[in-house]
Design a protein around this ligand. Structure first.
Ligand code: MLT
Ligand code: MN
Ligand code: ZN
Length: 305
């Protein structure tokens, strides 16, 4: 299985257009050792030719340009993207659908009923797209049953409901309903290797923990370092947990959980908010991750399982 990190930042990207927090200001001025990052998306393939796009980032055009495998140039109009899976209905995961409107056939889109509702009511992207390529909707099963995606060789997918948060334009904002957010296990049937992907993860429910324990690589929520990070900066009134993201540090934080996984499990953080000190490669927080064997994903990173 080939995994390409297209965008490793959370909503807003890094640096965020209007932000002058220490990380955004530092990366702009070159005073902090950090890589700029685009918004949250990965591409996964069994054969290296036909890819599933997980989330359609506002930065998808830049991401496609930076990864030629997604533009194989076999015809006048062509793409290596066979299907798109949405893990939630947030802006940073869905706005890129607009940029894919020139597709020659309806976009094969896998998402839950709840996400589809948010994208036809609160933020009616799918209605607008009906005037362009249109959508070929497949309901993402959250029963835990494995499914295959037509055109994607060698991979089996399993989606599980998890607690994060629905977007502000959803009737389920702050009132989570199963299907608002999912995590995905992808298994390479030939190697038996498994990836668990969850860029938004607000609570470690037993079934989520079981999926992480069963994976060879976890690519999980790295949004914020501390629960009150945004509050202390004066950037938001909400804690990390209230936004649906388990902070890395502190009791019950992501690092404690990752520390319980086997040493052989590859542990990678993704969906990193621009305020997070782990973006600074020289920070003590980054050194702590390195000491714990936890990696920080970056745009262009490739993982082979
Ligand atoms: C989130 O995951 O909370 C989002 O990144 C928020 C956003 O896109 O505005
Ligand atoms: Mn997000
Ligand atoms: Zn910032």
């Amino acid at each position: 299985m080939h995994i390409r990190i297209l965008g490793s930042a959370a909503g807003g990207g890094f640096p965020q257009w209007n932000c002058n927090c220490p990380m955004c200001d530092g990366v702009r001025k070159g005073t902090v050792k950090a890589r700029p990052r685009t918004q949250s998306s990965i591409a996964v393939s069994g054969d290296g030719e036909r890819w599933v796009l997980f989330n359609a980032s506002p930065d998808v055009l830049q991401q496609i340009r930076s990864f030629p495998a997604l533009q194989p140039a076999r015809a006048l109009r062509d793409t290596g993207i066979e299907a798109i899976v949405l893990i939630d209905a947030q802006i940073d995961h869905t706005t890129g659908l607009y940029m894919l409107r020139e597709h020659r056939r309806p976009l094969a889109l896998w998402c839950t009923r709840q996400v589809r509702e948010d994208l036809t009511a609160g933020n009616p992207i799918l209605n607008v797209l009906a005037h362009y390529a249109g959508i070929d909707w497949h309901e993402l099963p959250i029963s835990g049953a494995g499914f295959e995606i037509p055109g994607i060789a060698g991979l089996t997918f399993e989606a599980l409901p998890l607690i994060s948060n629905a977007p502000p334009y959803s009737p389920h904002r702050d009132r989570p309903e199963p299907g608002d957010n999912v995590g995905i296990t992808i298994t390479d049937r030939a190697s038996g290797q498994r990836l668990f992907y969850a860029p938004g993860l607000g609570e470690m429910e037993p079934h989520v923990w079981a999926a992480m324990q069963a994976a060879d690589c976890v690519l999980v929520d790295g949004t914020l370092w501390t629960d009150d990070e945004m509050i202390r900066l004066g950037a938001s009134k909400k804690t990390s947990r209230a936004m649906g993201h388990l902070p890395q540090s502190g009791e019950g934080g992501m690092l404690e959980w990752l520390g319980e996984l086997p040493a052989a499990t590859r542990k990678v953080l993704i969906h990193i908010n621009n305020t997070n000190p782990i973006l600074d490669e020289d920070s003590p927080e980054r050194a702590e991750l390195t000491a714990r064997g936890v990696e920080v994903s970056y745009d262009g990173m490739e993982i082979t399982l």
